[in-house]
Design a protein. Structure first.
Length: 523
């Protein structure tokens, strides 16, 4: 039996249950569930008027805003496929993704008008479906945000006369239908569009609700970008389905983030490891009352023990998680085991089966290193228009993550490294993450990334790309001395680059592919 149900029902059902409850606090302005649903209905009516049907791709190039969620739920109600774009991408990257998915409509913020204008004549987006939206961002002195151009139409002008009734899609929306396409960062080769269905998203809502023991009284503080799976599918969608209040801002500001915890008595906090580093650096956590917080979910990269300790000193206990665009939020460390299982990425969620596999697909016993693989109803459907890449990644229903790790006797998982980041030096496998984790505890190092580079003698050696703590200098000798006795000598980096910053993705992960291109790295 095909289940006629979709993510569009979430905001509709919330309106029936708690219409006057605050769904969002965006830039300090509350928006209740009724207003969010009516906005999504108007947006759905606008899409229908523009000819958008079930299966059509609707793309957004937007900062975090209420309209982002209006468009998301509008597309879900019609059975259209929502394609959020990373606004940090350059014009050619945006062009590739929009044309790869054959987007029919593009809703974009004024901040990105220049980028869109440069590529619009080469896009498959139809002429009457460029929709301009004022961001409401404060204008810089001497800089005026652009007005709506003649080749686009203003979102709020178009929305004025649209009905607020629940839209009726041209064809029923089912659980198995695609809900969204999220593009991976494309570190190796062209970016791949992960297809996420309505069913996968609903199961993810259940899984996250169980992780955090969520209930309608919760207030979530999160400033992750909505175009990313973390912001949209780990925070916003589950929070709205559970009837919570989400505190949201256009972008991340560490001072404001800490202040929001106190201002809105946040009970659940989502922030990635790099974000926590920035928040701690402000000193704000020592100035606010954070006693309302009962749950912190973090991760996104390997987190040094010192970060957990610094947060714990302030009564904040972070649960590290693990996931990918292809299967986000697949694991989390239980609250009671944060310190006992330091370094673990957790246990699999209720709706995800995870194990360690060798190269032949055989399950490995505890303690043995292999690839982390997973299956279950939260795994993506596949990659958009990439059957070969899909077949390589999902084999007999099993998702191959590309991450190397192991499981302990109690079923807790640990990441060793990305398979593609491992290098061989003098015939020995070296996992950069192991060394990075140690060096992230050096008092003079702010950020560290190690890549394998070719070497005449050893085949490959490690190159450490180091960002020193502001106002400090750190030497190669200091780094080597710090490693002595902690790891085998063949794992020591042989070359060093001291940088002001590392290239980061929107979710604050280091773009190792960019470093490899820059310094001639392997793989």
């Amino acid at each position: 039996m095909t289940v006629q149900w979709g993510v569009g029902y979430i905001v509709y059902k919330r309106t029936l249950l708690t219409p006057d409850k605050t769904a969002l606090i965006f830039e300090d302005t509350p928006v209740n569930y009724r207003a969010l649903n009516e906005g999504s209905n108007r947006c759905a009516a606008l899409m229908r008027k523009k000819g958008i049907k079930k299966g059509d791709r609707v793309s957004v190039l937007l900062l975090n805003c209420v309209e982002f969620l209006e468009a998301y739920f509008a597309a879900a109600k019609l059975g259209a496929i929502f394609v959020p774009l990373n606004w940090r991408l350059a014009g050619p990257e945006l062009e590739y993704q929009l044309n790869n998915c054959s987007a029919r409509m593009l809703i974009f913020h004024d901040s990105f008008l220049g980028s869109v204008d440069l590529i619009r004549t080469r896009l498959k987006v139809e002429e009457d479906k460029f929709i301009y939206l004022k961001s409401g961002s404060p204008e810089m002195p001497g800089f005026e945000l652009p007005k709506c151009p003649g080749w686009a139409e203003d979102y709020h002008e178009l929305m004025k006369d649209q009905p607020v009734d629940e839209p009726v899609p041209d064809m029923p929306v089912t659980f198995d239908d695609p809900l969204a396409i999220l593009y991976t960062s494309g570190v190796t080769g062209a970016p791949k569009g992960a297809i996420l269905s309505h069913q996968q998203t609903c199961f993810k809502n259940f899984q996250i609700g169980m992780y955090i023991d969520g209930h309608p009284d919760d207030v979530i503080i999160a400033q992750m970008p909505l175009f990313h799976s973390g912001g949209l599918f780990i925070v916003a969608t589950p929070a709205i389905s559970m009837g919570m209040t989400t505190v949201m801002r256009r972008g991340f500001d560490p001072n404001e983030f800490a202040e929001d915890v106190q201002r809105y008595r946040g009970t659940i906090v989502f922030a990635l490891t790099t974000m926590w580093r920035m928040i701690l650096d402000t000193g704000k956590l020592d100035q606010i009352d954070a006693r309302s917080v009962r749950c912190i979910v973090g991760g996104g990269e390997r987190t040094p023990p010192v970060l957990f300790e610094e947060l714990s000193k302030r009564g904040l206990h972070m649960q590290q998680g693990f996931g990918q665009t292809e299967n986000s939020a697949m694991m989390l460390v239980p609250k009671e085991d944060i310190h006992r299982k330091m370094g673990s990425i957790g246990k699999p969620g209720f709706f995800t089966d995870v194990w360690i596999s060798d190269s032949n697909g055989k399950r490995l016993p505890p303690g043995e290193i292999g690839e982390i693989v997973a299956k279950g109803p939260t795994v993506m459907t596949g990659y958009w228009n990439m059957p070969e890449a899909t077949a390589q990644t999902i084999v007999d229903g099993v998702l191959h993550t590309g991450d190397l790790g192991y499981m302990d006797e109690e079923g807790y998982f640990y990441i060793v490294d990305r398979a593609k980041d491992m290098y061989r030096s003098g015939g020995e496998n070296v996992y950069p993450a192991e060394v990075e984790k140690i060096l992230s505890g050096h008092p003079g190092i702010s950020m560290i990334a190690i890549i394998g580079v070719p070497d005449d003698k050893w085949g490959e050696v490690g190159m450490a790309c180091v960002v020193p703590v502001q106002g400090r200098t750190v030497t190669e000798k200091e780094i080597i001395d710090f490693l002595k006795g902690k790891v085998a000598k063949y794992k020591f980096p042989a070359r060093f680059e001291f940088l002001k910053e590392l290239p980061l993705t929107a979710t604050m992960k280091v773009k190792k592919g960019e470093l490899k291109k820059r310094y001639g790295g392997t793989h």
